[in-house]
Design a protein around this ligand. Structure first.
Ligand SMILES: [Zn+2]
Length: 445
């Protein structure tokens, strides 16, 4: 707090956020057994509430006794959420005592049908803001300083870069924002070069794109950043290398979703993430929906502890991740060793099994000056790679790319490479570089 501003009277909202931030700080350092015990009490309470007040959950859980283990309960799919959102909502008056109203959050609808989640207010906002503050604390970000953001928001300059609560207690960094869809990456780089803020907020793919443009800039002027905060996409070692090389900055990733809010923050010391189990229970599970061991890969299920307005229990968020072991940074929250990205990025192999395609820009640039790529698998298994390159691709390039893809994915796949002027992404800003689509190559788009 600014000492010249003393004594400061806070709004009730800010006071609650700061009080919760203090509780979260203590919770993060508890013994894992104590964290798990607190979590289990909350999970039990949420399930009991869902059975009592949500028509959808009443029916869905009717076959499960009240003593059923939490990790034996059925998984909630995205399709369930799309179809039954209204039946999931609990009637007014049954939600938490601090919740006096609700609001509806809609996902960006990258698969066509948006998901609508009803959330209790102000509980959701208090939890969300308190966690945001913890992410700044973890990474020692100076919230008196400015930031620049390339994101899914309108162009402009905003005076409360780090949120209302910090602004209220005197941390008044400014945010300059450019919309990431309306401007070309080249124009965004011209803008970024002229800015001086120490922090950048954007997606991992955009960092990498800007990094390549910056490194190729013949003017040679380098833009240094203190840190880059990413959201919206899985961060790979390639993204991290590009950020360090071009901007001398470390990527700090924060994993969230419209459906549940914050899920995990990158550790202050390592590149892995800590699950924010004070508010979101995260499970990484195998095909039988059982927890995988540390080091193993699985699907991410999330349970939103404060979702009393519309219970979100064991929701399959569509991501894959690797479970981690304990961390040495002092934070005892569970570790997600790597967030791998979307379940839809799994390529189906000719033998019917599937695997996550781990392609990086370097696989392509070893062959030709490729700036962007997107690999699509059609319903019949055929693969088409769309590639943007700085020169026309020769038949030799195309052949080398087909060979590379077969090596990386599977030798038995049918692979086509198509050079394009620009990539048609499904979502306006989320870039899924490998995706399965439910149509044939010959179908009209
Ligand atoms: Zn850690």
């Amino acid at each position: 707090m600014n000492p010249t501003d003393f004594p400061k009277t806070l709004s009730p909202f800010s006071a609650q956020v700061l009080a919760l931030r203090a509780q979260l700080t203590a919770f993060e350092r508890l013994d894992p057994a104590a964290q798990a015990a607190a979590r289990d009490v909350q999970l039990k309470d949420l399930v009991r509430h869902a059975r009592r007040h949500s028509g959808y959950w009443q029916k869905k859980l009717s076959a499960y006794g009240s003593r059923a283990r939490f990790d034996s309960l059925p998984v909630l799919s995205r399709a369930d959420l799309q179809q039954h959102a209204h039946a999931m909502v609990c009637p007014p008056g049954t939600v938490l005592p601090h919740t006096d109203k609700t609001f509806v959050a809609r996902t960006s609808g990258s698969t066509g049908v948006p998901v609508e989640v009803t959330k209790g207010s102000p509980v959701y906002e208090i939890v969300y803001q308190a966690h945001s503050l913890r992410s700044f604390d973890w990474h020692a970000l100076d919230t008196a300083r400015d930031l620049v953001a390339v994101r899914d928001a309108a162009d402009g300059t905003y005076s409360r870069a780090w949120g209302e609560v910090l602004a209220e207690i005197g941390w008044t960094g400014q945010a300059s924002v450019r919309n990431m869809v309306e401007h070309s990456p080249e124009d965004l780089w011209e803008w970024l070069r002229e800015t001086t803020a120490p922090y950048l907020v954007t997606t991992a793919a955009m960092v990498t794109r800007l990094a390549h443009i910056a490194l190729a800039d013949p003017r040679g002027q380098r833009r240094r950043l203190d840190a880059i905060l990413t959201f919206g996409e899985a961060v790979t070692p390639e993204h991290r290398r590009a950020a360090t090389e071009a901007f001398g900055a470390r990527i700090i990733d924060r994993y969230s979703s419209e459906e549940v809010g914050w899920i995990a923050f990158q550790c202050p010391r390592h590149d892995h993430h800590h699950a924010l189990t004070a508010s979101t229970h995260v499970e990484i599970v195998d095909d039988d929906n059982r927890a995988v061991a540390p080091g193993q890969e699985g699907r991410v299920l999330v349970t939103s502890m404060h979702s009393h307005a519309m219970p979100i229990i064991r929701y399959d968020i569509g991501d894959r991740a690797i479970a981690g072991a304990r961390c040495d940074c002092g934070i005892s929250l569970p570790v997600i060793s790597q967030i791998l990205g979307r379940q839809r990025s799994l390529i189906e192999l000719p033998d019917g099994t599937s695997r996550l395609a781990r392609l990086t820009g370097e696989h392509w640039r070893a062959i030709a000056p490729v700036s962007e790529y997107r690999v699509v698998q059609y319903r019949d298994g055929e693969i088409e790679a769309f590639v943007v390159a700085a020169c026309p691709l020769t038949p030799a390039h195309t052949l080398a790319m087909q060979t590379m893809l077969k090596q990386q994915l599977h030798a038995g796949l049918t692979v086509t490479v198509t050079q394009v002027e620009h990539i048609e992404w499904e979502s306006r800003w989320k870039r899924l570089d490998v995706a399965r689509v439910d149509r044939l190559r010959s179908d009209p788009v």
